[in-house]
Design a protein around this ligand. Structure first.
Ligand code: NI
Length: 167
């Protein structure tokens, strides 16, 4: 296992649209495990391949309190249902920033595991929010895109200042 380097906003590589995975197997499983490991170490509840500069459609998620319910979703497809609810979100690529974002409260998920086995399930609450957030990353979208441009500019400046200071 190895820890991967997480890209930080406004790094333009975070805007890359990820390609569907076509090669399944042990190598992809290894990458998925590294993605989970990196997410747990951060610590975070979700991490998309895009955030570690790998532009393939795979995300890692674990919203459980005991950090023992990992999901590795390959080529995830979402059907959004229910109401839209607002909740506070953060992102490992936008460190230290938390802002309210509206998401669907329930989603139907179809995906594959890293070995290519199909799966489908219904997700609610925080799990649904987190999966929607991570799937956005695969399309080059960040939660700050849902905020006002004034707020986004402020966040951008703040993070660039931090990045300069730690460089
Ligand atoms: Ni994120």
């Amino acid at each position: 296992m190895s820890l991967l380097n997480i890209l930080h906003y406004p790094d333009p590589r975070l805007r890359t649209k990820a390609k569907p995975v076509t090669q399944f197997g042990p190598e992809l499983k290894q990458f998925g495990d590294d993605l989970l490991e990196t997410m747990y170490a951060a610590p975070g509840i979700g991490l998309a391949a895009t955030q570690v500069n790998v532009h393939q459609r795979i995300i890692a998620v674990d919203v459980s309190e005991n950090r023992d319910e990992p999901y590795l979703l390959v080529n995830p497809e979402l059907t959004l249902t229910g109401e839209q609810l607002e909740s506070e979100e953060g992102c490992l690529s936008v460190p230290g920033i938390y802002e309210p974002v509206k998401r669907f409260e329930q989603i139907e998920v179809t995906a594959q595991d890293p070995m290519g086995n199909p799966m489908s399930f219904t997700a609610n609450g925080l799990l649904a929010v987190c999966i929607q957030h991570e799937c956005d990353h695969l399309d080059g979208k960040l939660f700050v895109d849902y905020l006002s441009s004034l707020k986004r500019t402020r966040i951008r400046k703040k993070l660039l200042k931090q990045q300069k200071a730690s460089a």
